[in-house]
Design a protein around this ligand. Structure first.
Ligand code: ATP
Length: 369
């Protein structure tokens, strides 16, 4: 068990900064996710923690010990890679036993540890098979078993579920979270899948272009995103973003888009200093679940939109609406919208919940309020 402290970590390939000024403190036993799009520097960061890549500058400490330039084997970290990295010529037993053999443990001890971890990962029946005789789900379990078998201080996982089908991924999310919490080993998990991070993490680090944009709990990331990028990266379907200008209309502050006004909560607008931003452009963000729709306009549902496409998902209905040149997606429960038209081209009335509006600075991308 150990905490991890990373200060001013930077990695440069030639003149390109793949990781830039990353600062992270991971608490003992915590499950932390590195989340971001392809190429944002997640894997490079993880490889530096593992010792597979040397930093250009910065410091990495595990359990208070400076490991920045130590070789991987002296760091006591267990790792699972995207391609699992299993030895094809060894059986499952041999693969899981391998890290213990390297450390010269006795035969009986190795056998009992391998069998125990095989039971946890439910792969006892395949211990004598070779990797090419296993399904993707079994391969992944073996790779995790090999990581678990060592008494590592830290676990590092790089997209370990990327080869699994959707159903198995869903199952493995719950299982991995359960195992991590049961074993209690500090773990860093790399993914570009926001759902994976949101459902499993204690805290998430969102990265983009080598930089950390936010380090917070899933709930904070979702409800108080630091930037427009973070806001649109988490949540499915993604947050709607509209270009607008803040103006005063009929005594209240509204965000005026090209085609309609989005009323803001007055107290909120004033306490967030929006008066000083009147007449300036903003980006308005609203999540699909915070847009209500009705058949006919009323005092609250003033925006009239045309149904562009209707997408039933089972428990929920997605409505993609066209308001002038602006498209917005809404998400409502099937029962709530049962009576509404599902016919493309029909007219619907829309209300943006003023309590759930986000405003972003178009120049910096940072959250204004
Ligand atoms: P992915 O999800 O696609 O694996 P990532 O977020 O893990 O992406 P990294 O693999 O860390 O991203 O790569 C970050 C950037 O650094 C990318 O632009 C990549 O091309 C570059 N990069 C990584 N390794 C090297 C290398 N050895 N030499 C040069 N550039 C590299």
């Amino acid at each position: 068990m150990a905490d991890i402290e990373i200060n001013s970590l930077m990695k440069q390939f030639g003149t390109f900064k793949a990781v830039d000024d990353v600062n992270i403190t991971v608490n003992d036993g915590e499950f932390v996710f590195l989340l971001g799009p392809s190429g944002c520097g997640k894997t490079t960061t993880l490889r530096m923690i593992a010792g597979l890549e040397m930093p250009s500058s910065g410091r990495i400490a595990i359990d208070g010990r400076n490991v920045t330039f130590l070789r991987p084997r002296y760091r006591n970290v267990g790792m699972v890679f995207q391609d699992y990295g299993l030895y094809r010529h060894l059986t499952v037993f041999g693969n899981i036993a391998y890290p213990l053999e390297v450390r010269r443990l006795g035969r009986a001890e190795i056998a009992s540890k391998v069998e125990a971890v095989a039971r946890t990962m439910q792969i006892t029946e395949v211990l004598q098979r070779k990797p090419d005789q296993l399904s993707a789900g079994q391969l992944q379990r073996v790779a995790i078993a090999r990581m678990l078998v060592r008494d590592a201080d830290v676990f590092l996982m790089d997209e370990p579920m990327s080869h699994l089908d959707a159903q198995l991924r869903g199952q493995m999310r719950a299982e991995l979270r359960h195992i991590q919490k049961t074993v209690g080993v500090t773990t860093i998990f790399v993914t570009h899948d926001q759902l994976e991070a949101m459902t499993m993490a204690d805290r998430i680090i969102v990265m983009k272009d080598g930089e950390m944009l936010q380090f917070a709990t899933p709930r904070e990331i979702f409800e108080r995103p630091a930037t427009e990028f973070v806001a649109t990266f988490v949540g499915e379907p993604q947050m709607n973003i509209l270009d607008a200008r803040l103006i005063r209309l009929e005594g209240r502050i509204v965000a005026m888009t090209e085609h309609f006004a989005v009323p803001l909560d007055t107290d909120w607008a004033e306490s967030n200093g929006l008066v000083a931003r009147l007449e300036t452009p903003v980006r308005v963000g609203i999540r699909p679940e915070h847009i209500a729709i009705r058949e006919k306009p009323d005092a609250d549902h003033r925006i009239v939109a045309e149904l562009y496409s209707f997408e039933p998902t089972g428990a929920e209905n997605l409505y993609v609406l066209q308001c002038g040149s602006v498209m917005v997606t809404t998400r409502s429960s099937t029962t709530e919208t049962a009576h509404l038209s599902k016919q493309e081209g029909s007219s619907l009335a829309v209300r943006f919940d003023p309590n759930w509006i986000y405003l972003f600075d178009p120049a910096t991308g940072r959250t204004i309020a």
